[in-house]
Design a protein around this ligand. Structure first.
Ligand code: MN
Length: 300
């Protein structure tokens, strides 16, 4: 097992919304097709605007929004307006291009706690038409004080209704006080675990919120236990062997493609559509770096 440390990032500048980024990580850029992981909170929103991410584009990926506490309001260029709450999944498939905005709604809880993930689309699907889905009814696997909600893919014989494009899993796992359980895994998947609450013990390793624990592959099961109630996120999938260029909010395969995506956003071509109902400016793309972007594999 490897501990992958998190990096603090302020979205929207130094006084922005604070998140801890564990993917991509220096050592490991991906876990299965999962290529991006920001965790935030619990944030106390008393006297704070909360999340306020203006319209921005995506390509070549799916965004997965999952909350432990609070609410986030999603608006996209397909016309979808969807508030998300804990236990429900917002899944946006960017394909060849989409734009969206995510904000804390006016009427909201005091606490905001959640994760924002990206899943890379494989070559065959990366230019597919954009789509959005909200899933309020997800399968739950229970065993010995453990309850696992399957957000994406397959776990323990249960399959999420959410659309996936490579073999993978994403699940939120809660452990009751003094829980001890064994989670069935696929030996051909690699896995990682993030603690969201408490201090769950994964095999012999105690994990607190912050870093990502890379568990690797070749395991048929994973032992989870805890003294006090705990919550964690399990990510896994078939190792993703395509090399990617990830830059700003785009996932592509080569430099010139990213240049074109950036140009299409900056010149407001129809590729990314427009987001209605957001009170504020769209996010400008940063300037391209002076050197050519290089594609990278899943491991450094
Ligand atoms: Mn986004």
């Amino acid at each position: 097992m490897e501990i992958l440390p998190g990096t603090p990032v302020a979205l929207g500048g130094p006084r922005g919304f604070e998140v801890t980024r564990t993917l991509p990580n220096k050592q490991r850029r991906m876990v299965g097709a999962w290529c991006f992981l920001d965790a935030y909170g619990p944030h106390d929103l008393d006297g704070s605007p909360g999340m306020r991410v203006g319209p921005h584009p995506h390509t070549g990926l799916q965004t997965v929004t999952w909350l432990v506490a609070g609410e986030v309001l999603h608006r996209d260029s397909l016309g979808n307006v969807q508030e998300i709450r804990p236990g429900r999944l917002n899944l946006m498939t960017a394909g060849r291009g989409i734009s969206h905005a995510e904000v804390t709604p006016a009427d909201h809880s005091r606490s905001l706690h959640g994760v924002q993930l990206w899943v890379a689309l494989p070559h065959a699907d990366r230019d597919m038409p954009p789509a959005f889905a909200h899933h309020a009814d997800l399968p739950v696997f229970s065993d010995g004080g453990l309850a696992a909600t399957v957000l994406m893919g397959d776990l323990a014989g249960l399959t999420s209704p959410a659309a996936t494009h490579t073999p993978l899993v994403g699940a939120e796992i809660t452990l009751g006080a003094n829980a001890a359980a064994s989670l069935p895994l696929r030996s051909d998947f690699e896995y990682a675990v993030l603690a969201l609450d408490g201090a769950p013990v994964i095999e012999e390793t105690t994990l607190k919120p912050g870093p990502l624990l890379y568990v690797g592959s070749g395991r048929a099961s994973l032992r989870l236990s805890t003294a006090s109630p705990a919550r964690l996120l399990l990510l896994g999938g078939e190792p993703f062997e395509e090399r990617l260029v990830m830059w700003w909010n785009f996932v592509g395969r080569e430099h010139d493609e990213i240049v074109q995506m950036r140009l299409d956003w900056e010149s407001q071509t129809p590729r990314f559509g427009s987001v209605s109902g957001y009170d504020g400016p769209r996010l400008p793309a940063p300037p391209m770096p002076l050197t050519r972007l290089v594609s990278r594999g899943r491991v450094r």
